[in-house]
Design a protein around this ligand. Structure first.
Ligand SMILES: Nc1ncnc2c1ncn2[C@@H]1O[C@H](COP(=O)(O)OP(=O)(O)OP(=O)(O)O)[C@@H](O)[C@H]1O
Ligand SMILES: [Mg+2]
Length: 496
């Protein structure tokens, strides 16, 4: 790879002589020259691919969201009410994974807060990820503590303002006529009240209080000041799944009791059916407005990737077919932008690892395999032991050259394995269910075949790479000691 930087400098000390124009790369590399190339030097010098990898990571919130204008405008049209001091309708946002729901909601909330500061209208947005904060207690506690914190800041500002007024009126008593107060004592009294309020606002501990106390603290913190509050509950389906709809019920009927403030809820979900589990009142209140995020098609994914790639990569680091291929693969995965970005980043990392200067089609294909394998490894690793045993049985049969594996054969091997590791043996009916589950997870493929007068059975084949999957299974301490399965393989076919 041509890289002038690795040439030794003409004069020792060159890099430090003219400090101004020195590029960091030069400094680092000059230092490393004297025959002591370290572990990281090669890697550091070979960096033709990424300019800024961060913008391809899931944690990055883009400022521009191509192909989400319509959805973003609808959110804004509803939420603008908050800037007029009115209560915005509650919003439910739906869409499959990776369709830009979280990114769009965060973008809109940043804009809303920015505008509210600009026009000095009291409006606050609180974002909660319910996958992390998944019980009523935690949601209410987190909200309460945020509002208490904001109240403290507001009180502090007001106290400072009042102290200024008090000091200037003390110096020039006639000034009092220009204030809302009739005496300096009255100002002091107000300051005292505010400080007492601040003192009284006690943060909610993360466990231990009765829920109604948490709710009351939250309620009072919200209602302490006049303002409109938008509460964004991302992955709201996880909250409902884990702890029912009490939180949503409580939040959605708050407005009738609040005196100073108003609350509006924005729920985000990739599970279109979760509202089936809601109390009808909650369902209708939460879904006052619904916004759907459709999957991206390949062309839209190309645009999204191109926007990010312009910032993420060095010029010329991408060959022409890379972005279209990433987009095409991700479009097959139900138009998932997260997957598209993962592919692009991983392809770049693979090219970097190979010390290539350009990402080519082959890196994207390798990236696709790697991501798929990572997914499989994760799914297999977290299977319950019984499912692992069923999968292990299927793998053993395949490895021993058995073709057209049927449920009975899997069951026979499975029983042997259970014996060997002292696990409970489930009924064949249950094992058939576990096979269906593995099928749904995309780990095996099970098709029903007719055996004529012998009825029907399932033919099972593995849909994942056999050696890697076996390795993951064996890394489970219970399955690691399973001996060679060959001896009872013949038996398994025979028994069936
Ligand atoms: N229109 C877009 N423009 C640029 N980047 C986008 C766009 N849509 C999604 N992304 C990016 O794709 C990734 C996934 O998007 P996001 O997290 O918003 O998906 P989501 O709909 O919330 O998915 P999930 O349901 O899994 O939470 C993020 O990195 C996001 O920045
Ligand atoms: Mg999301």
């Amino acid at each position: 790879m041509p890289n002038e930087n690795t040439d030794p400098p003409d004069e020792p000390g060159d890099a430090t002589s003219g400090f101004e124009g020195v590029d960091l790369d030069d400094v680092v590399l000059d230092d490393a020259d004297e025959g002591n190339q370290g572990l990281f030097d090669d890697l550091l010098s070979g960096e033709p691919i990424f300019e800024n990898k961060e913008v391809l990571r899931p944690s990055y919130t883009p400022h521009e969201l191509p192909h989400r204008k319509e959805q973003i405008n609808r959110m804004a049209t509803i939420l603008v009410a908050a800037l007029r001091g009115e209560t915005p309708s509650n919003i439910l946002i739906y869409g499959k994974t990776g369709t830009g729901k979280t990114a769009s909601a965060k973008f809109v909330s940043q804009e809303l807060e920015r505008t509210s500061l600009k026009y000095e209208v009291p409006c606050e947005v609180e974002y909660i990820n319910c996958e992390v904060t998944d019980t009523q207690y935690r949601v209410l506690a987190q909200l309460a503590n945020k509002f208490i914190e904001n109240n403290h800041v507001a009180i502090e500002e007001r106290v400072e303002e009042l102290e200024d007024i008090r000091d200037s009126t003390a110096a020039e008593p006639a000034q009092i006529a220009n204030t809302e107060f009739s005496s300096v004592e009255e100002i002091d009294e107000r300051i005292g009240e505010l400080e007492a309020d601040a003192e009284e606002m006690e943060a909610v501990p993360m466990t231990g209080w009765p829920t109604d106390r948490v709710y009351n603290t939250f309620f009072e913190a919200v209602d302490y000041r006049e303002r409109v509050v938008v509460i964004m509950l991302d992955e709201i389906d996880k909250l409902v799944e884990k702890s029912g709809d009490d939180t949503l019920y409580n939040l959605s009927r708050m407005n009738s009791e609040l005196e100073n403030s108003r609350v509006s809820i924005m729920g985000i979900s990739n599970d279109l059916k979760f509202t089936d589990f809601l109390d009808p009142r909650v369902k209708s209140s939460l879904g006052e407005e619904e916004i759907v995020f459709p999957p991206y098609d390949a062309n839209q994914l190309r645009d999204i990737l191109q926007h990010r790639a312009d910032v993420a990569f060095k010029p010329d680091a991408l060959s022409d077919d890379v972005i279209p291929l990433c987009a095409a693969f991700a479009a097959q995965e139900h138009g998932d932008a997260r997957r598209a970005l993962d592919l692009l980043r991983t392809a770049g990392e693979l090219a970097e690892r190979d010390q290539e200067e350009r990402i080519e089609e082959v890196h994207v294909r390798k990236a696709q395999d790697k991501i798929e394998l990572d997914r499989v490894v994760e799914v297999v690793r977290t299977l319950p032991t019984q499912s692992k045993l069923v999968l292990f049985s299927t793998i053993s049969l395949e490895k021993n050259g058995v073709r057209n594996i049927n449920t009975g054969e899997v069951y026979n091997v499975y029983k042997h394995l259970c014996d060997e590791i002292d696990a409970d043996i489930l009924t064949q009916r249950r094992v058939t269910d576990l096979i269906s589950e593995l099928d749904m997870l995309g780990i095996v493929n099970a098709v029903v075949v007719s055996k004529g007068r012998y009825g029907r059975t399932k033919e099972i084949s593995l849909s994942v790479p056999i050696d890697e999957t076996e390795a993951v299974l064996r890394s489970d301490s219970r399955l690691g000691d399973i001996d060679d399965t060959q001896p009872f393989m013949q038996q398994a076919r025979f028994d069936n």
